[in-house]
Design a protein. Structure first.
Length: 327
């Protein structure tokens, strides 16, 4: 990718599943001048350093997005930022709400302000399907973060820094994936707990998620929310492919969980364009010279991007191949 070739890049939350996949992709394909990895856990950083053999292009910063001064230090001489740091567990958020506010909301504003003050060119923040029509605190904090990053383009005023957001659903092969959980139950001859037999989910692989973020840097002018056009799958189909001989039991939808995922709400349809392999949700207000992307086609009024009404679906063969490769 020409834009990022030889650039200095900062990755927050860089020792998670996405972070390690991004580092591997960047070292192989982007040839960064420097890739700064900021995260809180020294053990995970140590393990990641071993994984990447202490590549001399990597810089390892222990730090928290709640600490703006540490962010400013980490962003010294940085051209581009990928903001992946977040607290994410739905049930944990309900028990520790203000901790999620401090990391996902205040931490996001700290990233915005540090990027502007340090003269970063472009910032992409990672969002989640749970930020669309949120029904739990985690989703609400991520919606706030999304709006902060979009409005960060106003906040930058005359500064050159621009902000955009990328939103996607479940990531196959990420930490906490249901695949190894189902496999372990099947090996012990136990039933597979399925929250609801009707449940559907969007699905994307880690390499696809990383490539989508990287390509969004090339496209963005600031203020966009990018959503990949990806397939859906039924949870019962996934369970059957992973463990065809295991019985399933319906355990009910957990608090804060949706039956079907949504990545773009119907109220946002009037601002949404379909552009090749992605949807682009344009900003409510764009006072920094924003122009809609060329070639984008408006979606129908009242349309919503939901996993149950999606027109792309994974077949059993698709799921089997993906589970074998990434599970």
């Amino acid at each position: 990718m020409a834009l990022l070739d030889g650039a200095s890049i900062l990755l927050t939350g860089g020792t998670g599943s996405f972070g390690k996949a991004f580092i591997a992709y960047a070292l192989e394909h982007l040839n960064p001048r420097r890739l700064v990895v900021l995260s809180r856990d020294e053990l995970k950083q140590y393990e990641a350093r071993q994984l990447f053999a202490d590549d001399p292009r990597l810089r390892w910063f222990i730090g928290d997005v709640r600490d703006r001064r540490r962010l400013e230090r980490a962003m010294h001489d940085v051209d581009y930022v990928v903001h992946a740091a977040a607290l994410k567990q739905v049930d944990t958020a309900e028990y520790n709400p203000f901790e999620f506010v401090q990391t996902n909301v205040t931490g996001s504003q700290n990233v915005i302000e540090a990027a502007i003050d340090r003269g970063v060119r472009k910032v992409i923040a990672l969002s989640t399907d749970k930020a669309s029509s949120p029904i739990n605190l985690y989703g609400a904090t991520k919606l706030c973060a999304d709006r902060l990053f979009i409005s960060g383009n106003h906040y930058a005023a005359g500064h050159p820094t621009r902000f955009a957001v990328v939103r996607y659903g479940n990531v196959m092969g990420s930490r906490g994936s249901v695949i190894p959980f189902f496999r372990s139950l099947a090996e012990r001859g136990e039933e597979l707990p399925v929250t609801d037999l009707r449940m559907t989910r969007f699905w994307i692989t880690l390499p696809e998620a990383v490539a989508f973020v990287v390509s969004s840097f090339e496209l963005m002018h600031g203020g966009e929310l990018y959503v990949p056009r990806i397939p859906s799958m039924r949870l019962v189909d996934l369970a059957r492919v992973i463990a065809p001989n295991s019985p399933m039991k319906e355990v009910g939808v957990r608090p804060g969980e949706k039956l079907h995922e949504e990545m773009i709400a119907s109220d946002d349809a009037r601002r949404t364009l379909l552009l090749d392999n992605r949807y682009v949700v344009m900003p409510h207000i764009a006072g920094w010279g924003y122009e809609p992307p060329e070639g984008g086609r408006p979606v129908p009024d009242g349309w919503a991007y939901r996993s149950d009404t999606n027109d792309l679906w994974l077949t059993d063969d698709d799921l089997r191949a993906l589970v074998e490769k990434y599970g």
